[in-house]
Design a protein around this ligand. Structure first.
Ligand code: ADP
Ligand code: MG
Length: 485
């Protein structure tokens, strides 16, 4: 590669070097996966198939083909005695919660407890309410454990988790505190896993019986990076939305057209739909965020109250106050919710049809897509209005991409191309390594070939009996290279 005599020679040398690098990386990654497979300390959850089918019958809708497929994949893992370490990815609104519910129910029928860990109290409360309702006919008890639960409620709750009276526990990171002892935790689901650190996932995985773990995300790692970032996990993908969803219409409006956007909001409210208005994000200044939010709240109240109920939600509110507002919004007692990005993750209000985002160019693509996913969850046509006067090309590109696609995988891929993997994944959490020669995006084809080559070796010769050099290489590397959780 350093002293080529012809251009094809240079190209060929580079190609070889890239393959070499990717091959060795994949070798390490897959050897971890291989050794986890061999671990005999996993649980075999013998769930009751008939009960599971009966539960699925009680659901108010038919599962999509993709949901059925991933439920099967997860159930196979539950039943097998090896440790489950699976990532479930599916776009916003693709219906991951119900997949979690079904598979947690499976664990319960096998005589185990299941836990669902989520990043925010709002989301914990919402999942708790939903699961309680779903499981009401099934004789399954659901508990909610968050930081804001009072000491008085906490003691009996912890006791019921420990004596097994509670089958399914929903909560925030409070679930992994030392004080929480599970009777028989067999399955743990982590929702919106990108919001959790690597360590929190590990602690959950090491609780009690070493439960099977399913991590769910709506911020997909672009296909081009999934095999490097998550090479040690099995991946299930929901690649279809429930039937009857009308694609969200996204428009980009300049701030001098905001009047038109607001009158559109008015017509939607008049049609009994609900509206989110997201206020600007000022990096590293919660004070400024709040000031902006309050100004917008005042302006929108002046215009739409008292005909409609308008409320303000922001991070400085107490948790029970946040919950009260979110509950009121989901029950349609509030029609227009002005909010900072605290609603970003997971909130499900099917009657909301407008997502109005102020200063949208201040948000990253993944976050914009998440916010947009808060609407379009019902049968009505939904709209995302991006108010922005971007000052640079990147901002313009982001607005354009948002108006051109609704597909989370495409958005993630574009985000990656615009910002690069370091920015997208951060450094500690990413597990995305830096390569010397290869570029996992530009040289994706080589990466894929390397992955397949390694897979083939492990399938035919899991102990590398016929590959002493590779075996030796792995032994040397074991200590110092990979730090995947
Ligand atoms: P996400 O994958 O973003 O977490 P949710 O699990 O919150 O999505 O589901 C979004 C909405 O779609 C919910 O209101 C849920 O009840 C509904 N839903 C899920 N699966 C189906 C289905 N197969 N058919 C119709 N609606 C569904
Ligand atoms: Mg969700």
């Amino acid at each position: 590669m350093h002293f080529p005599e012809t251009y094809p020679e240079a190209k060929q040398a580079r190609r070889t070097a890239i393959f070499h690098e990717f091959f060795l990386y994949q070798l390490q990654l897959q050897s971890i996966k291989q050794s986890e497979r061999h671990v005999a300390n996993g649980l075999a959850l013998h769930y009751q198939n008939a009960a599971l089918k009966e539960f699925i019958q009680t659901l108010p809708f038919e599962l999509t083909a993709a949901q059925k497929r991933v439920v099967n994949e997860i159930c196979l893992d539950l039943k097998s005695p090896t440790h489950m370490n699976r990532l479930l990815q599916g776009d916003v609104g693709s219906g991951k919660t119900i997949v979690a519910a079904i598979t947690m129910f499976a664990a319960v029928t096998a005589g185990y407890q299941a836990a669902l860990m989520v990043p925010t109290e709002i989301l914990a409360e919402q999942h708790y309410q939903k699961l309680k309702q779903l499981f009401a006919p099934m004789n399954v008890t659901v508990g909610l454990l968050t930081g804001s639960i009072t000491a008085k409620e906490r003691r009996p709750l912890l006791a019921d988790i420990e004596n097994g009276r509670i089958n399914i526990i929903v909560g925030t990171h409070a679930l992994i505190q030392d004080a929480v002892n599970y009777q028989r935790l067999g399955f743990a689901v982590i929702d919106e896993q990108h919001r959790f650190g690597v360590n929190q996932r590990r602690i959950l995985r090491e609780k009690g019986l070493q439960p099977d773990v399913l991590a769910m995300t709506a911020t997909p790692i672009p296909r081009t990076l999934a095999i490097t970032a998550y090479g040690e996990m099995d991946v299930s993908t929901i690649d279809e939305l429930p039937k009857g969803r009308v694609p969200i219409e996204t428009s980009w409006v300049r701030s001098n057209q905001v009047e038109q956007a607001l009158s559109f909001v008015g017509t939607q409210l008049a049609q009994h739909s609900q509206v989110f208005a997201i206020t600007p994000l000022i990096a590293e200044s919660e004070q400024m965020d709040l000031k902006n939010a309050e100004e917008i709240y005042a302006k929108l109240s002046e215009r739409f109250a008292p005909d409609y109920q308008v409320a303000l939600l922001h991070g400085k509110l107490k948790d029970d106050e946040k919950n009260r507002i979110m509950t009121a919004f989901s029950e349609n007692q509030i029609q227009l919710l002005v909010s900072t990005t605290v609603v970003e993750v997971g909130v499900d209000v099917p009657n909301a049809t407008v997502m109005l985002i102020f200063d949208a160019d201040r948000f990253g693509l993944a976050q914009l897509h998440q916010l947009r996913g808060r609407v379009g969850r019902g049968k009505k046509q939904a709209y995302c209005l991006l108010v922005a006067d971007p000052k640079n090309q990147q901002g313009i590109d982001r607005m354009t991409i948002m108006t051109e696609t609704n597909d989370g995988f495409v958005v993630a891929q574009k985000d990656l191309e615009l910002r690069g993997p370091g920015e997208v994944f951060g450094h500690q959490q990413s597990g995305v390594p830096t390569f010397k020669v290869g570029d996992p995006i530009a040289d994706f084809a080589s990466l894929q070939v390397a992955q397949q080559a390694v897979q083939k070796i492990f399938t035919t010769d899991p102990d590398l009996t016929h590959y002493p050099t590779l075996k030796q290489y792995l032994a040397q590397q074991q200590q110092n290279y990979l730090t995947l959780d």
